[in-house]
Design a protein around this ligand. Structure first.
Ligand code: ATP
Ligand code: MG
Length: 222
């Protein structure tokens, strides 16, 4: 009983920008994914390392899989982590990928700042209830929050809300819908999250990967 069995590692990623932007970090750790989730329908992808697999899930589900240990580690946006709460997750590294900002946006013809100054009660549509609630509470602005799951930009255009809280990168979606960014809430980037038990039990296996991710993400942000 002296030899140790190679520990299996499961990495949780979402399709799209997080998958794409995590690939170079994996590369830095010597890991290449065998399939492209955009063309494969598989939800479990193998890698060049038989002991490492990647699962493909919704961005907002990544913290949950890692929290319960169904994945040992994962990559999730700060937006998603704030809504999840971070329970059971160790968050060692800001990967500096999938960067954007969380902002308040309103129709160009809505005088948001005056409404706020006058103490108006605002209707805000968003997917980010906790973050939005905290933001407006800290400013002493009274809001009714309306939970949406996507296409927040539509809400003020059809009278569902006065403004939205959403992620912005280039601003082109806002512009296309005649919305203006009226308040910057916070900068967003994606973080590595690790299951706390896995970090202890699989440290030997995980640490070199975490180190490679950290070095590579510092190069990205430099
Ligand atoms: P879903 O598409 O499953 O409804 P989602 O829109 O949150 O969820 P993605 O679009 O893949 O999923 O975004 C994943 C993460 O990438 C977000 O949680 C956020 O951290 C970041 N992100 C989202 N939008 C942008 C953006 N416009 N620019 C840069 N990063 C973004
Ligand atoms: Mg999306």
């Amino acid at each position: 009983m002296t030899h140790s069995v190679t520990q299996q590692l499961t990495l949780a990623l979402s399709k799209g920008r997080i998958f794409e932007e995590t690939l170079p970090l994996l590369q830095a750790a010597g890991i290449t994914v065998n399939e492209d989730p955009e063309t494969s329908r598989k939800l479990i992808l193998g890698t060049n390392d038989p002991s490492v697999r990647v699962i493909i899930i919704r961005a907002s589900d990544v913290p949950t899989y890692v929290q319960y240990g169904a994945a040992d580690f994962g990559v999730a946006g700060k937006d998603v982590l704030l809504e999840h709460g971070g329970e059971g997750l160790y968050q060692p590294i800001d990967l500096n990928i999938a960067k954007c900002r969380m902002s308040v946006a309103a129709p160009a013809d809505f005088d948001y700042l005056t409404a706020v100054r006058q103490g108006a009660r605002l209707r805000i549509a968003t997917k980010y209830l906790l973050t939005a609630r905290e933001h407006f509470a800290a400013k002493g602005v009274h809001v009714d929050l309306i939970k949406l799951y996507g296409s927040m930009e539509l809400a003020p255009l059809v009278g569902l809300s006065d403004a939205i809280v959403d992620l912005v990168s280039t601003g082109s979606t806002l512009r296309a819908n005649n919305l203006v960014e009226v308040e910057h809430i916070m900068d967003i980037s994606s973080r590595l999250v690790v299951n706390q038990a896995a970090l202890k039990l699989k440290r030997e296996r995980l640490q070199p990967i975490l180190d490679a991710f950290e070095r590579a993400s510092q190069r990205i942000s430099a």
